[in-house]
Design a protein around this ligand. Structure first.
Ligand code: HSE
Length: 321
């Protein structure tokens, strides 16, 4: 939608105190082989955010959690995403935001994306849905840029669209929803911090053609496996020959978790986003519970603190309550 057209649409809405609460879920970016192009929304964990439309211009942010994140809008991922959206509103609009984070920043579970996407979905609801989902992804990418130095949409899009999404292109934006069969997802978050910017910095800038061929075969196989509900094809395609060999060195226990989980019947898995969380996809719940036990045993032995989740794909995405 053109900026002028949007300004005309919203100027007819009465300003007043109206608020909404959203639950913004964790997301798994990359899904092993699809670096920067695939993502999946989970049911657990999730952040809660309360946004109120105000007659007082500007943005005021309160954090109701213990992560000590900045509350200056220009330094806050939700703040910059909302500022991006507000560029397309009349100047007299303001918002009050309360964030209650449960997705730990730096976990690899899309913590910054949950804030960025959650706030623009909430704002759009308060503005009677004048913006499209593509617009919302565009606004929320400002938050990802602040958090990691680059615009990527593989965490934001599954939050906004729900389920599994393919980012065919960012410029111009082309997001494709991919149907996936029911699956259980076991996740372990070892409590070490891996900054996305650092985890991107260590990647090789060039790829061998033979590796590229393997990788795009796997991405296509994974998407086809999801759409056909073919668990065998999903399992065979969960292979990353480019990113994982480099990044997995940052995560103690990675190889052991992966090998033992696959042996226990997981379809496969790998690093969640830029890590340090590790996820495993499973067809059956009891396999996911076995995998969770393996994750706990491995991390008990390392002495590192950790958190585990057994959850499912969240096809709804960000939820308004
Ligand atoms: N695709 C991004 C990366 C996701 O792996 O760097 C970061 O959460």
């Amino acid at each position: 939608m053109q900026k002028q057209e949007q300004k005309e649409n919203v100027s007819s809405f009465p300003l007043g105190v109206r608020g909404v609460t959203v639950l913004a879920p964790a997301t798994i970016a990359n899904l092993v082989c699809g670096f920067d192009v695939l993502g999946m929304a989970l049911h657990d964990p999730y952040d809660a955010m309360q946004l109120t439309l105000s007659e007082k211009p500007g943005i005021r942010i309160i954090h109701n959690d213990t992560y000590n994140l900045p509350t200056t809008p220009e330094q806050n991922v939700a703040g910059v995403s909302l500022l991006e959206l507000m560029k397309e509103l009349p100047d007299n609009y303001g918002f009050d935001l309360i964030i209650d984070k449960h997705i730990k920043p730096g976990s690899g579970l899309g913590s910054s994306a949950a804030s960025a996407a959650g706030v623009v979905v909430a704002a759009n609801h308060l503005l009677n849905n004048i913006f499209s989902k593509e617009d919302l992804v565009r606004f929320a990418m400002a938050g990802e840029k602040l958090a990691s130095g680059v615009k990527h949409a593989d965490n934001i899009s599954p939050g906004i669209y729900g389920g599994v999404t393919l980012i065919r292109s960012i410029f111009p934006l082309d997001v494709v929803s991919v149907n996936a069969p029911p699956m259980y997802v076991a996740v372990v978050h070892p409590q070490i911090e891996v900054k996305t910017s650092d985890a991107r910095e260590i990647l090789r800038k060039e790829v061998l053609l033979k590796d590229a061929i393997k990788q795009w075969g796997n991405i296509a196989g994974l998407v086809a496996g999801f759409m056909k509900g073919d668990y065998g094809l999903i399992s065979r395609s969960l292979e990353d020959v480019i990113i994982e060999p480099v990044r997995s060195m940052l995560i103690p226990g990675f190889d052991e978790v992966k090998t033992k989980s696959v042996y226990a019947g997981a379809l496969g898995g790998g690093i969640s986003g830029s890590g340090p969380s590790i996820f495993m996809l499973c067809e059956k719940e009891n396999t996911a519970l076995k995998v969770e036990k393996i994750m706990k045993d491995v991390y008990d032995n390392t002495g590192l603190k950790y958190h585990t989740y057994v959850t499912t794909i969240n096809n709804e995405g960000i939820k308004l309550i």
